[in-house]
Design a protein. Structure first.
Length: 417
């Protein structure tokens, strides 16, 4: 049989054996140190950036139930080694401690324990320094003045532990960094951010990510300004004196990559403006079949990327030439079996008149003829028959052939004797 020497120590005293510090008062529980238990014999360790892996020789003593692992916490006020893990098998020979700080030195000790709670003398203290964090991406730049997008470029990270990248964006009016893309593959070196606002400022940075999900510090920040919308079209004018047409003119767009203009039209100034026509010239004649017809217009410029200037809040009004004034002081009578008509008209646009003569051929049937090119404000019609009813209307006509609205019809007839 094995002889054994057992020691019963307070918790604080037992820990002082591992830390080298003086015992503290008010012990909470006791720990039994059994010097006959085997102390773990360490083969060595491997430290990474945020983890450390340990290996020890197999423990053959059947009394051992597993191992306790102690570690300090760098930067903490209390630098005692605290138990951080339990390995519940004497057959295990490896342990990995994760979530460590990069470029930091730690102290570790190992002990074995029994099912009853006895613990061996601690191993020698291991000084373990984690590796520094991988350097950030060294070259990161952007391409701006793109339509509603930004192109980001970087140099692939040279470290083989890198599995990809995380791209973050910050709006000019927002101090928060937001992840907008995760790029898989160390050798990828480009990303295009889409659906951005026109003429807006954005900031970007990139982080490299390792295979075990560690992120480097962010790169330097790069600034992007997206392409602005084309400037609003200025000095739009529209005619109101062209027969059955409205001609629009405006200042040329100063765009260096100009594509075309879009014209929008509405029948009311505050109504819905519908797309009307696309053209490249700075003038447009809108053909219209009505006299005195009003339309309201807005014009935009479009660049080669398809960006379109905003619609002006104020529409430009145009109209076709209105009808001439209707003759006034219109009267008619029958003298000597002939119709005598006369009227007045002060419209300087009038160059001639048209008389519309309507003959009632029955109660429900009528025949009308236009008598054109009357140059005086009077008309003599000797081509009438007794016991027949005639209706006469007069219209003014301008040089473009536009007729005024007709006068009210005068009804004339005479009886045969």
């Amino acid at each position: 049989m094995h002889s054994s020497i057992r020691y019963v120590l307070s918790t604080s005293l037992a820990l002082s054996l591992f830390s080298g510090c003086a015992p503290q008062p008010a012990p909470q529980k006791t720990v039994t140190i059994d010097s006959t238990l085997p102390t773990p014999s360490m083969n060595g360790f491997i430290a990474d950036i945020t983890s450390a892996a340990f290996e020890w020789k197999p423990i053959e003593d059947p009394r051992v139930n597993g191992l306790y692992i102690y570690r300090n916490t760098p930067g903490a006020e209390d630098q005692k080694l605290q138990r951080i893990a339990t390995v519940d098998s004497r057959f295990a020979t490896h342990y990995v401690d994760n979530d460590l700080k990069p470029a930091t030195q730690y102290q570790y000790r190992f002990s074995s324990f029994t099912k009853e709670g006895s613990e061996s003398v601690g191993s020698e203290t291991l000084l373990v320094a984690t590796q520094p964090m991988i350097a950030p991406v060294s070259f990161f730049q952007s391409v701006g003045n793109m339509p509603r997008s930004a192109k980001l470029l970087w140099r692939p990270h040279p470290n083989g532990k890198i599995s990809g990248y995380v791209i973050e964006r910050q709006d000019a009016n927002d101090q928060k960094w937001n992840v907008i893309a995760t790029i898989t593959g160390r050798l990828n070196a480009e990303f295009i951010d889409r659906d951005l606002k026109d003429g807006q400022v954005y900031f970007y940075r990139i982080k490299a990510v390792t295979f075990d999900k560690l992120s480097t510090e962010p790169s330097e920040v790069t600034k992007v300004v997206t392409k602005p919308l084309p400037p609003e079209i200025k000095n739009i004018t529209a005619t109101n004196n062209i027969p059955r047409a409205i001609t629009l003119t405006w200042e040329p767009s100063p765009l260096s990559d100009f594509s075309h203009y879009n014209i929008y039209r509405s029948s009311t100034p505050n109504g819905s403006f519908d797309y009307h026509v696309k053209l490249e010239a700075t003038t447009f004649t809108d053909k219209i079949t009505e006299d005195g017809k009003f339309y309201f217009y807005k014009v935009t410029a479009v660049d080669k990327d398809g960006l379109e200037s905003t619609l002006s809040p104020v529409a430009t009004q145009g109209s076709t030439l209105s009808k001439p004034q209707t003759p006034i002081a219109y009267e008619g009578k029958i003298l000597n079996k002939a119709v005598e008509l006369q009227w007045s008209n002060n419209d300087p646009r009038t160059v001639s008149y048209t008389v519309v003569k309507t003959t009632k051929t029955s109660w429900i049937s009528r025949e009308s003829i236009d008598i054109n090119n009357i140059t005086e404000p009077r008309f003599h019609d000797g081509d009438i028959k007794p016991d027949t009813t005639y209706l006469y209307e007069i219209m003014s006509v301008d040089k473009d052939g536009i007729r005024s609205l007709p006068t009210q019809a005068i009804e004339l007839s005479f009886e045969a004797k």
